[in-house]
Design a protein around this ligand. Structure first.
Ligand code: CMC
Length: 392
């Protein structure tokens, strides 16, 4: 391979050093700053986890209060930014809207774009974390033709987002604690995952010194793909298409057929070659919310049965294909009341914390360089230009 290491898909290249998230894919371990994901999902809340990822430690009571105040101070968006939504068709995919709107933030908030100033970087981080739920809820409201709902800072992070999404001026939305708890867990579980495709995209975009809001917009674009964050939407669509447990073998056979491009969505992972620890928690959250809200949804039975059959099939066992976080997250989001088109948007709200924490870590690194992968050139060798009239 000459002067360069050839590593398509970066399966064995560490592009940076990081102190944020640790994954041991063979065992199925995921730690945020040293804390196990299941423990955080069980005992913490999203804002506390955001503080942990950004600052490296769980906040003290006064740090928590200050952080929470900083975030809530930024939950509103510039009224002119709200005008942007009208430029989109109502049937636009909300992820398309999010790419545009979050990128457009770079044209506002000029007092938080000097990437060399730690204070400005911090303000950009707080703005992004605070405004993502507002922007996401507005994308949803726009798509269904309802008026935007302003943030309510007396609510929790998850509660505020639910309220902006589901309340209407004519009727107050009552936040069910079961739903609020599921939402918090969903946000915690997806907040960071070290150098996945979208995070690497944010780092690469940021390595050139680009505007932080533009970098997060790049991350959103990457997350949208069905091999990454878009898998939650694809997984739920698949479960609905399967519809009943009797039809599972047909889909298993398709997934195993080399000539069929179909894959079991929500299965397999580049790093986890053992059970995805987030999927374990998510399966519990899914069961809990369906039980407590008394929802009798056959897709949960399909999911459980599909998992059982796949995990006893030599194809999936040999290739170490286990359910990933997206396998059950769709069931949870659907039970809360989100349409599938919003699933990846919810993922983006949560992952914004990881993206901005990773971007900040990169910016604080004095050795930081622009990311510039090399290639193995396989095109023609040098040749002479032939004038148009002389070409055969
Ligand atoms: N169904 C059937 N076969 C699969 C699947 C699947 N879901 N995933 C991988 N395989 C097979 C694949 O055909 C290949 O077989 P072979 O070695 O015979 O060619 C082998 O397993 C290895 O797959 P790969 O594509 O080389 O592995 P990768 O590490 O490049 O891809 C992945 C990882 C997540 C993109 C892939 O497993 C996949 O496409 N899964 C479905 C989409 C999905 O659920 N994505 C969410 C990932 S987790 C959340 C996130 O990142 O956002």
């Amino acid at each position: 391979t000459g002067r360069f290491t050839f590593d398509p898909g970066f399966t064995s290249t560490a592009a940076c050093e990081s102190k944020i998230t640790y994954i041991d894919g063979d065992v199925g371990t995921l730690l945020y700053r040293g804390y196990a994901i299941d423990e955080l999902a069980e005992k913490s809340n999203f804002l506390e986890v955001a503080h942990l990822l950004l600052n490296g430690n769980l906040p003290t009571a006064s740090e928590y209060q200050a952080f929470s105040n900083n975030i809530t101070r930024h939950t509103m968006i510039h009224e002119q930014l709200a005008q942007f939504y009208r430029g989109f068709r109502r049937d636009a995919h909300p992820m398309a809207i999010m790419c545009g709107i979050v990128g457009a933030m770079a044209a506002f908030y000029h007092d938080s774009t000097d990437i060399h100033d730690p204070h400005q970087r911090m303000v950009a981080s707080h703005r992004l974390i605070a405004k993502m739920p507002t922007l996401a809820a507005m994308a949803y409201k726009y798509s269904i033709g309802q008026p935007f709902v302003y943030p309510d800072n007396s609510l929790s992070f998850a509660g505020n987002f639910l309220n902006m999404t589901f309340s209407v001026p004519a009727e107050k939305y009552i936040i069910d604690p079961v739903v609020e708890d599921a939402m918090e867990k969903l946000l915690i579980l997806q907040a960071d995952h070290e150098q996945n495709a979208s995070t690497s995209t944010v780092r690469l975009a940021g390595s050139s010194g680009a505007n932080p809001f533009a970098c997060i917009s790049a991350g959103i674009a990457c997350l949208w793909g069905p091999a990454h964050g878009g898998a939650n939407e694809a997984a739920l669509d698949m479960l609905r298409e399967i519809g009943r447990p009797e039809r599972i073998p047909e889909y298993i056979a398709r997934a195993k057929n080399k000539d069929d491009p179909f894959r079991l969505m929500g299965f397999g992972h580049r790093v986890y070659k053992n059970y995805d620890p987030r999927a374990k928690v998510m399966a519990k959250v899914a069961k809990n919310i369906l039980d407590k809200l008394n929802i009798d949804d056959p897709i949960f039975d399909v999911a459980r049965e599909l998992e059982r059959i796949a995990l006893s099939d030599p194809y999936f066992i040999d290739k170490k294909l286990y359910p990933n976080v997206d396998f059950y997250s769709g069931v949870v989001m659907s039970a809360i009341g989100f349409p599938t088109s919003m699933f990846t948007v919810l993922f983006a709200i949560s992952r914004t914390v990881g993206w901005i924490a990773q971007w900040t870590e990169m910016m604080e690194d004095p050795e930081q360089k622009i990311g510039r992968p090399r290639q193995l050139y396989t095109g023609p060798t040098e040749r002479d230009y032939v004038p148009l009239a002389a070409r055969g």
